[in-house]
Design a protein around this ligand. Structure first.
Ligand code: TMP
Ligand code: ASP
Length: 242
């Protein structure tokens, strides 16, 4: 049994702890919610529990489909063990339908289906407000190698191919989502989390938002929406927590 050791790092939604195995860290999902680079903040009771469950569920599903992720094991309500990654500070955004910053930037009305899946990259840097970057910036700043970016893009598109039909079955439209990657033993692995904090989920029938946009836009019912996503994913499924 891997032992939790000293605190290593605190992000906006998670805390990371060392373990007695240097190749493994423990992630604790917090209830804190932030938006707009931490300008808007609140505590949403149980969000950490729900995102721990949801992330474990998504990572397990992806692993079964041949995607290597950092996920190892759920160890408590709010904690999972993951492989230690050397994080690549690039956020990878995958978009199927226009929404959020894409609609604002390009004037494409929200809900417009994109004719081709869009991949975007942004520099993971809150102080700079996660600016959008392209491959030239990534290589100029030595954030990743071209072969690594090719692998990252391949995985990101495969994750989309797996999650879109899976969620559709649950009456959820996967509008867009953000992924993070890192290096582990010379391989690129999917890291961070996959949850309503990092995805846009819309109810297929009503179009109702089932994600963090409810918090960003002060719509209320945030936790209820996260719970509803978990309920749909766990229906006829084996629980993610063991
Ligand atoms: P955006 O439309 O605001 O750029 O967001 C695109 C997707 O990325 C959306 O599913 C929410 C997610 N996202 C994050 O996970 N973290 C972030 O910091 C931002 C801005 C978006
Ligand atoms: N940028 C993230 C979001 O809005 C969180 C934050 O910026 O504090 O999803």
């Amino acid at each position: 049994m891997v032992q939790k050791k000293e605190f290593l790092y605190e992000g906006k939604a998670k805390k990371i702890y060392r373990t007695d195995d240097p190749a493994v860290v423990l992630v604790e999902f917090k209830d804190e919610a932030t938006a707009f680079d931490g300008v808007k903040k609140d505590r949403l009771e149980d969000k950490g529990i729900l995102n721990n469950r949801l992330s474990a569920l998504f990572f397990s599903l992806l692993e079964k489909q041949g995607i290597e992720t950092h996920y190892l094991k759920t160890v408590s309500e709010r904690e999972m063990l993951v492989k230690f990654l050397e994080i690549i500070p690039v956020e990878v955004i995958v978009r199927n339908i226009a929404a959020g910053s894409l609609s604002e930037r390009l004037g494409i009305p929200e809900k417009t289906e994109l004719k081709k899946t869009v991949l975007e990259f942004s520099l993971k840097d809150d102080q700079l407000h996660d600016p959008m970057i392209n491959h030239y910036h990534i290589y100029a700043m030595e954030l990743a190698e071209p072969e690594e970016m090719a692998e990252i893009e391949r995985i990101a598109l495969k994750v989309n191919q797996i999650l879109v039909p899976y969620l559709k079955e649950k009456n959820i439209v996967l509008v867009d989502f953000k992924l993070e990657f890192g290096r582990h033993n010379g391989k690129i692995l999917l890291g961070d989390e996959i949850s309503p904090d990092t995805c846009r989920f819309w109810d297929s029938s009503s179009g109702e938002k089932l994600d963090k946009d409810r918090f960003r836009r002060d719509m209320g019912g945030v936790i209820e929406a996260y719970r509803e996503v978990l309920r749909r994913l766990e229906e006829n499924d084996t629980p993610a927590v063991d």
